[in-house]
Design a protein around this ligand. Structure first.
Ligand SMILES: Cc1cc2nc3c(=O)[nH]c(=O)nc-3n(C[C@H](O)[C@H](O)[C@H](O)COP(=O)(O)O)c2cc1C
Length: 235
């Protein structure tokens, strides 16, 4: 029997929701995150990233999910290193990603920590995947979020493509988010399900996870990703 109604982009239906196990829900979360990282049209492609500013106030904004690595429990997004969020995360790495899939009536809330990468292998690898159009996102001459005298921000011009590419590269950052908690909520017509998944081991050492009791249906690497704790919550 198939355990995951998540492969289809429509509400699972009360009957399927009623049959869901904790393991099935977790596998569903993995399917959804993988879809978000790889499918431009998916609502899961555009989560909200929340941070905390220096005054302790919440800050939230939409970002593009660029990469999902379940074995390392990582999500990645790209940003301009001069943005407020980069400074906020530098001062306080605690963050949350919120996803809402309107087609499946499903919400994922992940919390964890972010590391910023600007001039290491991680940033270089990500940079090399960007096309010229994406590169323009990192070319504003003034700091993003500062007042501008005109609606169109001035762009770094430089001498030719190579100079522009170098200017954009200097502003480019990868935000690597490692989650240790995932709250998943599924709304059916009459039935709702909510579960909390937690990880206590560090991703690097989460190898022989015989403790979780949650089994993976497909490939060997899935075992590395299984939560250490899984519990139903009152929706
Ligand atoms: C659909 C959509 C996708 C976005 N993707 C990103 C992104 O991947 N990275 C990013 O830094 N900003 C992205 N933004 C802009 C942010 O929402 C935000 O306005 C900007 O990053 C400044 O946020 P900050 O001042 O809190 O740092 C996106 C906005 C929208 C509407």
């Amino acid at each position: 029997m198939g355990i995951s109604p998540w492969e289809e982009a429509r509400p699972p239906g009360d009957e399927a929701i009623g049959r869901l196990t904790l393991d099935g829900l977790w596998q569903g979360a993995r399917v959804l995150l993988a879809e978000g990282a790889t499918t431009p049209g998916s609502p899961l492609r555009k989560p909200v990233l929340s941070t905390v500013d220096v005054g302790g106030a919440p800050r939230a904004r939409t970002v593009i999910l660029r990469h999902f690595d379940p074995a390392r429990r990582r999500l990645e997004t790209y940003t301009d290193a001069r943005t407020a969020k980069a400074a906020e995360l530098d001062a306080n790495p605690m963050a949350a990603f919120t996803f809402y899939d309107s087609r499946r009536e499903t919400q994922l809330r992940l919390s964890g920590r972010v590391t910023l990468h600007t001039d290491d292998e991680c940033a270089e690898r990500a940079w090399n995947t960007l096309g010229p159009r994406n590169m323009a996102d990192y070319l504003a001459r003034a700091v993003p979020g500062t007042p501008s005298p005109s609606p169109q921000a001035a762009m770094a011009d430089g001498e030719g493509d190579e100079a522009r590419r170098a200017a954009a590269r200097a502003n480019f950052a990868v935000l690597v988010f490692t989650y240790d908690r995932l709250d998943m909520l599924v709304l059916g017509r009459a039935i709702h399900r909510r579960a909390l998944f937690g990880w206590t081991t560090s991703p690097a050492s989460a190898s022989d996870d015989a403790t979780s009791g949650l089994t993976a249906p497909d490939d060997a690497t899935s075992d590395l990703t299984a939560p250490d704790d899984a519990v139903w919550l009152v929706p």
